[in-house]
Design a protein around this ligand. Structure first.
Ligand code: ATP
Length: 795
């Protein structure tokens, strides 16, 4: 059946893509409504009969779900804006496609849950006694029972950046190859939901605690400053009804309104403030914290988005300790990371807060384990668990039923909610969390994330079936961070010299993190910084044994080590500088990693060493992952490449304010005047000049085609192509000197040549093909990927 819709969409994609591009060009004009598609509207429509799913194996279902997500992402943003324009037949069609994909995704998720046994396990609990414990709405397995999803809510155009169709590529081609490629990031940014925390930290490291690594991070200064200049709380109008039928995105379709509510007048406030001061020893709330706490105590669903270090944890930790509130008892916090759970539990227990973990642990010390206590019927305010444990364990399910029965189930908290919606869908159990709402419709859910743009937010709300959630969002701007991108030297020795020089001159006695791509690199960089530059660097990654981790943590705690060279799996600390020795794989990762700097509000530096070759390395890793058995589907690889392209666009942009680019990724408008020269581009003297290099790009495409046609080699290496285009002389290029494009770029600066080639690669007009020679060495050859785009270029 998915094949049917995919075929249908594939047929329409090109036409819709053209339409979308057209709309983007004319978004200010009313005439776009009358724009016609290039192909006649099909009368064929696939049915909503999804019985085919029943026969599909789990792997295929996951793949299908991922593809459906991909399609939805592509079509949703534009449809949200225009779906109301009913006179535009094609846009109506677009919204019908999305509805259909929605229904399909519901059905696939349900089937996955059935196969994984999640629902079956829950049902197996429903013997006579247990069934009576369940709410009357307890759903039966059966796709027929599925409520049909309402249409997606209208949303602002700013969410349109996830479109990655051929049409948008064509659009970008004609406009983006410019001195100031600001438009690139507009079009190439893709909705995040990215794994902010790498796989190697997942479940692999149940015993690591970050205790020793946590600095005193009183962030008051930063957050007070933020409070002053962040926009008002955005709240969706809350609904009084808590027993409404579960609705997906439609539940959020009511337009947001700005309203100020005096939360200090709420009946919960006296207890809230007493716990804030007495238990947490804090004097006041940061932006949105009180709103969030009051809403959850009032039994409402909450979606809470705040930048890293914004104080999300307090929003569920504090209400968990309240005895007032509509729901009482245990707060279950669902977190994807074992190391984060361990860290949170031990930090809270040090403060005298009764937090427990509900995970599979090999730790001999079971003092923090929730299970034995819950079995004994002890009342535990705060229990951290993983989605797998919560949904997959019969024992845990027994206990949840029991707590619910006794009205001792206070709320579910989904931390790092951006994990929902990525590929790997992604931890399947995260994607299955929608079942919480189905099983316990009247238990409030709180979703927290530090990284989500508009379409990701919609995905989260929909997947968790949040009901009229109170949405609290905060500006992502980190005004105390200085962003800088530097050209990465090709020799590692030179890179280390630059890094060491920067640290010695700017941060001699400060703490900092250096991010590397691989564990080996991480170890090597730390060692060489120690040995060759006398810097107190230690490596840290999830592949280390427990003793080495402990030693490095101790060295950090006692000040012997000031610099941590890490992969992305490093526990939370406050540092004065973050250096990316290799670029991040996506903008979310980059934002999270740089966000480690200056969590105390003091000015801090974020330096990215960028080389296009790193992007190629990552691209190859994405296309050819080590674990071939776990290779994402092609569509997902494409999405990851697009996310990578957003970082390339960011890093290679030498003109636009970095802050604007970063915040745009989170759908946040930012006036570059507010940057106050706190990024390298804003500090550059002179004015920005826009240049259109479309013609040059066309020449490049033609030249590469001509070179490929006359080459007797296995392929055209990137350097060879550039040499020919520049008009290099000598024997190596002699085969190509007669071509019309030879030396066509002789007057261009070499950086401009690099940027044009980069943009052609990331616009999918050029691609690279990797071949391995007989002696095992790999070569990257440049090819024209999409000839049809070439003809569009010349139109
Ligand atoms: N109201 C407050 N006043 C002062 N400090 C606060 C307040 N709320 C939270 N903090 C402190 O801010 C720091 C960061 O909080 P927290 O770890 O909850 O951030 P987070 O939003 O979860 O960040 P991340 O996304 O990085 O996990 C902690 O040290 C916490 O104690």
């Amino acid at each position: 059946m998915l094949g049917q819709i995919m075929d249908f969409i594939d047929d329409r994609k090109r036409a819709i893509g053209t339409q979308i591009t057209h709309l983007e060009y004319n978004e200010q004009e009313t005439s776009f409504r009358r724009a016609k598609l290039g192909t006649p509207v099909s009368t064929f429509w696939p049915s909503n009969d999804f019985r085919d799913l029943a026969t599909k194996p789990l792997e295929l279902l996951r793949f299908l779900l991922s593809r459906s997500h991909q399609y939805k992402r592509m079509f949703s943003p534009i449809a949200r804006k225009h779906v109301t324009q009913s006179e535009e037949h094609d846009l109506k069609l677009l919204s019908q496609i999305i509805d259909h994909i929605d229904s399909r995704m519901h059905a696939i998720r349900k089937q996955i849950a059935i196969i994984e046994g999640v629902e079956l396990r829950l049902l197996s609990l429903t013997n006579e006694t247990r069934r009576s414990a369940l709410p009357p709405e307890f759903p039966q397995i059966g796709i027929d029972n599925e409520p049909s999803p309402p249409p997606p809510p209208p949303l602002s155009l700013s969410a349109e950046n996830s479109i990655s169709s051929a049409a948008s590529i064509a659009h970008s081609t004609s406009t983006e190859v410019s001195v100031v490629p600001s438009a690139i990031s507009d079009d190439t940014l893709v909705a995040p939901n990215s794994p902010l925390i790498v796989q190697d930290d997942m479940l692999a490291d149940p015993v690591t605690s970050a205790d020793g690594l946590t600095l005193h991070d009183s962030d008051d200064k930063l957050w007070n400053a933020l409070d002053d200049d962040t926009p008002d709380t955005l709240m969706d109008p809350p609904s009084e009804a808590t027993h409404e039928p579960v609705r997906a995105t439609g539940s959020t379709s009511t337009p947001s309104v700005r309203r100020r509510v005096d939360h200090t007048a709420s009946s919960y406030y006296p207890e809230i403030i007493s716990i804030l001061k007495g238990t947490f020893k804090l004097s006041h709330f940061r932006k949105n914290q009180l709103e969030c706490i009051t809403a959850t105590l009032d039994g409402k669903d909450v979606f809470y988005l705040a930048p890293t270090g914004g104080g999300k944890s307090l929003c569920y930790q504090l209400p968990a300790l309240c005895s007032t509130g509509k729901t009482q008892g245990t707060t279950f916090v669902i977190s994807p990371l074992l190391s984060l759970i361990e860290d949170q539990v031990s930090t809270l227990r040090k403060k005298g807060i009764n937090a427990f973990r509900l995970i599979n642990t090999v730790d001999a010390d079971q003092a923090n384990d929730a299970m034995p206590r819950l079995r004994k019927g002890e009342s535990l305010p705060l229990v951290y668990t993983t989605p797998e444990k919560l949904l997959g364990s019969n024992n845990v399910q027994d206990i949840v039923v029991q707590l619910y029965n006794q009205k001792q189930l206070a709320r579910f908290v989904v931390d790092e909610a951006h994990v929902i919606g990525g590929w790997r869908v992604w931890r399947e159990s995260y994607a299955s969390l929608g079942i919480l709402r189905k099983q316990w419709p009247d238990i409030p859910i709180m979703a927290l994330t530090g990284s989500a743009n508009m379409s990701a937010i919609e995905d989260i709300k929909e997947s968790l079936a949040l009901r009229n959630p109170v949405c609290l969002k905060q500006s992502f701007n980190r005004s105390n961070l200085y962003y800088k991108v530097k050209k990465k030297p090709s020799q590692k020795k030179e890179l280390l010299k630059e890094i060491a020089g920067f640290i010695q001159s700017h941060h001699k006695d400060d703490t900092g993190i250096i991010y590397c791509l691989s564990r080996d690199d991480c170890e090597d960089v730390a060692r060489r910084l120690r040995e060759e530059f006398n810097l107190s660097a230690r490596h840290f990654h999830a592949g280390m044994d427990r003793d080495s981790k402990r030693i490095n943590q101790e060295d950090w705690s006692n000040g012997k080590c000031k610099i941590i060279v890490a992969t992305v799996s490093f526990p939370i600390i406050v540092v004065r500088f973050v250096i990316h020795a290799t670029m991040s794989k996506d903008m979310d990762g980059y934002y999270q990693e740089t966000g480690r700097a200056g969590r105390d509000g003091e000015p801090s530096d974020c330096v990215l060493f960028y080389a296009y070759s790193d992007a190629m390395k990552i691209q190859n890793m994405l296309k050819n992952p080590h674990d071939q058995n776990n290779k994402p589907p092609p569509d997902e690889i494409q999405r990851q490449l697009e996310r990578l392209s957003a970082v390339v666009a960011y890093a290679s942009n030498e003109g636009d304010c970095r802050r604007v680019a970063i915040l745009r990724h989170f759908d946040e408008e930012f006036d570059e005047a507010e940057c106050h020269k706190s990024c390298d581009n804003c500090c550059k003297p002179g004015t920005v000049v826009n240049e259109d290099h479309t013609e040059t790009a066309q020449q490049a495409v033609q030249l590469l085609r001509d070179m490929s046609n006359c080459s007797r080699e296995r392929g055209i290496a990137l350097t060879m192509f550039k040499d020919v285009w520049r008009g290099k002389k000598g024997a190596t290029v002699s085969a190509y000197t007669g071509l019309p494009g030879y030396a066509a770029a002789s007057k261009l600066d070499h950086r401009m040549i690099d940027r044009i080639v980069t943009q052609l690669l990331y616009s999918n007009i050029f691609t690279t093909r990797r071949t391995t020679s007989g002696n095992g060495f790999g070569n990257n050859y440049l090819e024209v990927c999409n000839f049809s785009l070439l003809s569009r270029l010349s139109d």
